[in-house]
Write a protein that binds this ligand. Structure first.
Ligand code: UTP
Length: 284
């Protein structure tokens, strides 16, 4: 299976940091967000990845390319472990690029992948969302796709005050944590939301979605919404992923994610905890 990573958005919620750099390249603790996303695809058995980029996203290509000058420099300085890490990034997978010429929305970004994907099912991983779990989120969606022979998307319960920020689904739970979806709505008002199950940025889709995207009119925010096209699929399943997801597209979530990841790393845990405890005391 191939994967598509849409990463062409403008990242306006994260300005000014995203004025001249892609939000997908913002580091979360010790590596850029999109590297976590690619590592999830690889851990799910995918080695052919198409990144949808746009204006100002050149850094993404550079990050996954070889850097002979840097490698030479690290070798000369005897930094062999760092050299290995740097080289490994360019060997992660076969990565291809296509440009979305105008930021017309997530649905339009995915439509740019049509030629590369062809008639096969494919995975979509949003370039600004990281997931963590014992089984990679995309892998668990591939398993559901194979079981029901239909598109599957990851969802998670969110507090009611947050439903207005996400695509929301409703449906019948047909097995533990798997819903047969009967409705999808993009960013509904809280009173009109069919549930509190939010789409969290991971999908395994049937290639039928391309015909639907082609005919999808601009929806919420004047953008071509993937959620609107998904609601016209004949069958689609929602899976409550057994793990955590982190939407780094807004600055507070990004900050919390960096702190959590640093606390989970033995190398920085003690020092960071000491620092956080001290500044919390000072702010009381
Ligand atoms: P977001 O909904 O977070 O949009 O996109 P955005 O435009 O990047 O961010 P804000 O709302 O202005 O802050 C979710 C994912 O879809 C991609 C983004 O790059 C992000 O990874 N996307 C979004 C595209 O590739 N193209 C688009 O036209 C819109």
């Amino acid at each position: 299976m191939k994967a598509v990573i849409p990463a062409a958005g403008l990242g306006t919620r994260f300005l000014p940091s995203t004025k001249a750099q892609p939000k997908e390249m913002l580091p979360v603790y010790d590596k850029p967000t999109i590297q976590y996303v690619i590592e999830e695809a690889v851990a799910s058995g995918i080695d052919d990845i198409l990144i949808v980029t746009g204006k100002g996203k050149r850094q993404i290509e550079d990050h996954f390319d070889r850097s002979f000058e840097l490698e030479h420099n690290l070798r000369e300085k005897g930094k062999i472990d760092t050299l290995k890490d740097v080289k490994a990034i360019s060997d992660l997978a076969d990565i291809y690029y296509v440009r979305q010429k105008k930021q017309k929305g997530l649905g339009d970004a995915i439509y740019q992948a049509r030629k590369h994907i062809g008639d096969e099912p494919f995975a979509v991983l949003l370039g600004d969302t990281i997931t963590k779990g014992d089984i990679p989120c995309t892998k668990s969606l591939i398993n559901i796709y194979n079981k029901y022979n239909a598109s599957a998307i990851a969802v998670e319960a969110v507090p009611s005050e947050k439903v207005e920020r996400y695509g929301i689904i409703s449906g019948n739970e047909i097995e533990k944590n798997v819903y047969k979806i009967d409705r999808l709505v993009e960013k509904p008002l809280v009173d009109e939301a069919p549930s509190n199950l939010a789409i969290m940025g991971r999908y395994v889709l049937d290639s039928d979605i391309f015909d639907l995207l082609k005919d999808t009119e601009p929806g919420f925010g004047g953008e071509i919404q993937l959620t609107d096209a998904l609601s016209n699929l004949s069958q689609i399943y929602g899976h409550i992923f057994n793990g955590s997801s982190y939407d780094i597209g807004n600055r507070f979530e990004w900050l919390k994610t960096s702190i959590e990841f640093a606390l989970n790393d033995d190398e920085s845990h003690d020092e960071l905890l000491k620092y956080l405890t001290e500044i919390c005391k000072c702010n009381h």
